[in-house]
Design a protein around this ligand. Sequence first.
Ligand code: PEP
Length: 251
Amino acid sequence: MKRRPLIAGNWKMHLTIGEAESLARAIARGGIPADRDAMLAPPYTAMAAVNKALQGSSMLLASQNNGWEEKGAFTGEISPVMLKDVGCSMAIIGHSERRHIFGESDQLINKRLSGALKYGLVPILCIGETLEEREANQTFKVLETQLRGGLTGVASSEADKLVIAYEPVWAIGTGKTASEDQVQEVHAFLRTLLKKMYEKDIASQIRILYGGSVKPDNVDVLMSREDVDGALVGGAALQAESFIRIIHFNQ
Ligand code: PEP
């Protein structure tokens, strides 16, 4: 089954409004081939300016996290309705920095994901094992717990909208990329698991991205593997030249 590739850039807590606006413009000028999707997740403060800068481009806008209620007394949270209002169509959820720095649990991540789906944002559920877990042969067990925990209560009828991002914690921002064999092995495992959780034809439509030090010089080989449907990119999305090259993988 052919899935439409998605190249997603996560700017994390970087860039002022002006910096974000000019980087978004520069990236958009690079163009996006018609056979793939590309997406940027700026900091909240720059969202409106980036949305404006992307007018006329097919670049999608995403949040780096989201709350699950429309509005209310949730200091510090951001409503999925507000995110849609500012132009977001996707939401990164359960990023390893949310899990490991801010202690977000699978239960909390599941609430965020359900809120995203309820209000029409496409969730990108991030999962990944630490180095200790990999070395203790716990990778598949950890990933299964995170996947099932994050997707609790998500029906087959909604599952076709999901995107999963496999991001081994030891590869994020470290310059260490998982080998393409390691990535393919995990993605194939996740695809099999999704087929157990959802109807087969739905599960085979779900895009599984890889994230962890994706760069211009390793994206082509990663994207040539069967179950790798895209990339979630941190550091290399902060420079127009490298992100444009990643968007144009295998061209
Ligand atoms: C990320 O932020 O999800 C990420 C994968 O970062 P980097 O590409 O810098 O490793």
